[in-house]
Each structure stands twice: as structure tokens, then as C-alpha cells.
Design a protein around this ligand. Structure first.
Ligand SMILES: *[C@@H]1O[C@H](CO)[C@@H](O)[C@H](O)[C@H]1NC(C)=O
Ligand SMILES: *[C@@H]1O[C@H](CO)[C@@H](O)[C@H](O)[C@H]1NC(C)=O
Length: 346
């Protein structure tokens, strides 16, 4: 009898050591690609940029499996739209000549993909020749939205075209939108400074007399602080009225679920910003446009998840506000395999 227990104990140890060793090997293999953020893209990924299309296809399959299993969970179901709303159809761009649909998720390098599609549609001969002011001008760029088609044409395209979107760590995306719209505040988009920031401050600033925390960044920008912004975004019910007032500008901080309805539309590829180099190559291959157009050069390192940056933005945010924000964007974390950021929530 005692022998049995000894044997069992020994087996346990061997198993433990084996698990440790595999973990270590996996970790080494993914070093440099996934950092701490993206779970689904960490598995079975070689760090060599020359990973074959077949290997990458297994990463894509894994992301799609995760998505469809999370979509089935009850608590996320009411986040989905069925049938797909006009708002979502407005977010999707069409290339009829190559049968491609691309759902726009702002702050995830979408401008470059729009340029790729504009070239495919024939309005300009190459990505470099598209003037910046044309990219987002939908009268002139020859890039129609799916909402401009009849219901029958929409259904046909959703059923038969190649469909993709790009996501990134949800909190990094929110930080990027905050910086872009409220700190740098482009001069040609005055509404962030004149309408949106003041409305959020009125409703969500805790102490209106408190100006002590104002740093150099806010003086340059719109006056909105990151903590105001987080309370606004985390207020699931309360923010509806403001959002209606802000119109289409809210696309910069709406969830991927609200923008692209990933549980209702079966996207062929979900690209991740964190592994954009591999994903961009894969999307061009999978969409059959590999030789026709190239994705613009990606400067090394810029798409990688930066935990230090996320940490520094959330340093001044209370756990309570951070958790409310997480609750609001939880669907995006779970559907796309991004790890819950325990370092700012717990
Ligand atoms: C979904 O709906 C249920 C009840 O209908 C509700 O309890 C739950 O909070 C909702 N979930 C979200 C994420 O809104
Ligand atoms: C990450 O963010 C921090 C703070 O914003 C910055 O100083 C650092 O250079 C970033 N690291 C990388 C690798 O970009």
C-alpha cells in the first residue's frame, strides 16, 4: 500500500517538473511577441518573423474559436446586435473588386488599412500617393461604407466577402484615444475641446474647484483629465445621453463589440495590433491581395503592448473607477483574448 503512495508522489513530481519545463519553453518561444497582454496570440507562436502562413493560420483559428465560445456565454449576449445595426454597417468599408469587408476600429492603425483598400478600389495607384486629407473623406476616396448598399446587397456581402478587423489591448486603445483627442487635440477637430471635454468635466469631475493636479499636458490640451475620462467611460448607464449628444465622435472609445458586432458577423481574420507584422502579412495573403498592394512599413516596437505606459496612466485612478471601466470593456478583453489587467484592478 505504501509503495502505491510513493509511486503516486513520484509521478506527481515528474508531472510538475514537466509542466514547468514546457511553460518555460513556451515562454521563451513567445518572448518578444506577446508581452503580458495578449493571451490568445501567445500560444504556438514562433518569435521568428518568418513564421509560415500555416502556423499563423492556427493562431487565427484559435482566436476565432475563443471568440465564438465567449460569444455563446449568456452575460455577453446582450452586448450583441441582431440584426446588424446601421451603426455597425457604417463602420464597415467595402472593396467590391476584391470582395473584402473591413470593420474600422479607431486607434488601432486603421488609417493604413483604409489606404490599402483605397488603392485596391483603384482611386490611387499606391498607398504613398494618397493625400492624408483624402483618406477620411468618403466622398473622394472611393471607399464605400457597407451601409450605402441595399439590405439584399449587404447580406450578400456579409455572407460571401472576406471580412476582417484589427484589435489591440482595450485599455491601451482607450489611452491612445485620450492622448490623441484630448491631449494633442488636433486643431481641425475643435469639437473635442469645445463640446465634448467640457460636457464630460461637468458631469464627471469629482471636485470642480480642484485644479491642483493639472499637469503640462492638460494645459496644452482640452482640460480633460484621465480620471474624468475613465469615470465617463465606466458609467455604463449614465453615459448614454452624453454619447447621443457626441454623435459619431464616440467611435474612438466605443467597444469593439459596439463597433463591429463580432458575435453577429463571422469575421475571417481578427488581426492583433500587438502582432501586426505577422497579421498584416496574413490578411493580405488570406484576402488574396498579396501581390497587389503592400501594408506600409511598421516601425519596430511601436505596436507592442506597453505595460509601463498603462500603469502610469492608471496610477492616479482609484481601484473602484478602474474596475467599473473594466466591467464596461470586459467583453472586449475576453472575446479577443486580452488578459485582465490585474495590476491596476486588484
Ligand atoms: C445582460 O442582461 C442581463 C439581464 O437581462 C443583466 O443582468 C446583465 O447585467 C446584462 N449584461 C450586460 C453586460 O449588460
Ligand atoms: C513605454 O511607455 C513608457 C511611458 O510612457 C515610455 O517611457 C517607454 O519608452 C515605452 N516603452 C516602449 C518600449 O515603447
Amino acid at each position: 500500500m505504501r509503495h502505491h503512495w510513493l509511486l503516486l508522489g513520484a509521478c506527481g513530481w515528474v508531472l510538475l517538473i514537466l509542466m514547468f519545463v514546457t511553460k518555460y519553453i513556451n515562454f521563451r518561444a513567445t518572448d518578444g511577441i506577446c508581452q503580458q497582454s495578449c493571451v490568445s496570440c501567445c500560444v504556438q507562436v514562433s518569435s521568428a518573423p518568418s513564421s509560415t502562413s500555416q502556423q499563423w493560420q492556427s493562431v487565427i483559428d484559435q482566436r476565432n474559436r475563443l471568440l465564438s465560445s465567449v460569444c455563446k456565454e449568456q452575460d455577453l449576449r446582450n452586448l450583441t446586435h441582431n440584426p446588424v445595426s446601421k451603426f455597425v454597417l457604417d463602420r464597415i468599408f467595402v472593396s467590391d473588386s476584391h470582395k473584402i469587408l473591413f470593420c474600422q476600429t479607431p486607434k488601432v492603425g486603421n488609417t493604413q488599412w483604409k489606404k490599402v483598400l483605397i488603392v485596391l478600389n483603384g482611386a490611387f495607384p499606391s498607398v504613398e500617393e494618397i493625400p492624408e486629407n483624402i483618406v477620411h473623406n468618403h466622398e473622394k476616396n472611393g471607399l464605400p461604407r457597407l451601409s450605402s448598399y441595399s439590405p439584399l446587397e449587404v447580406t450578400h456581402r456579409l455572407d460571401s466577402y472576406f471580412k476582417f478587423l484589427i484589435v489591440r489591448d482595450p485599455f491601451e486603445r482607450l489611452i491612445s484615444a485620450f492622448k490623441d483627442k484630448f491631449v494633442l487635440n488636433p486643431r481641425f477637430e475643435p469639437w473635442y475641446k469645445l463640446d465634448i471635454a467640457p460636457a464630460i468635466i461637468r458631469k464627471y469631475r469629482r471636485f470642480h474647484s480642484d485644479r491642483g493636479h493639472q499637469g503640462p499636458e492638460e494645459e496644452r490640451g482640452t482640460g480633460l483629465r484621465f480620471d474624468d475620462y475613465v469615470r465617463y467611460l465606466g458609467d455604463a448607464e449614465g453615459r448614454h445621453r452624453l454619447d447621443r449628444q457626441f454623435g459619431a465622435h464616440i467611435i474612438h472609445w466605443l467597444s469593439y463589440v459596439e463597433l463591429c458586432a463580432p458575435c453577429d458577423i463571422t469575421y475571417d481574420v481578427i488581426g492583433h495590433h500587438e502582432t501586426l507584422e505577422q497579421d498584416a502579412a496574413h490578411i493580405l495573403r488570406a484576402a488574396g491581395i498579396e501581390g497587389l498592394v503592400t501594408y506600409p512599413h511598421i516601425p519596430p516596437g511601436i505596436t507592442m503592448y506597453n505595460r509601463t505606459k498603462v500603469q502610469s496612466y492608471f496610477n492616479s485612478i482609484s481601484k473602484r473607477d478602474a474596475r467599473k471601466l473594466y466591467a464596461r470593456y470586459q467583453g472586449d478583453f475576453r472575446l479577443f483574448g486580452y488578459q485582465r489587467p490585474g495590476f491596476i484592478l486588484d
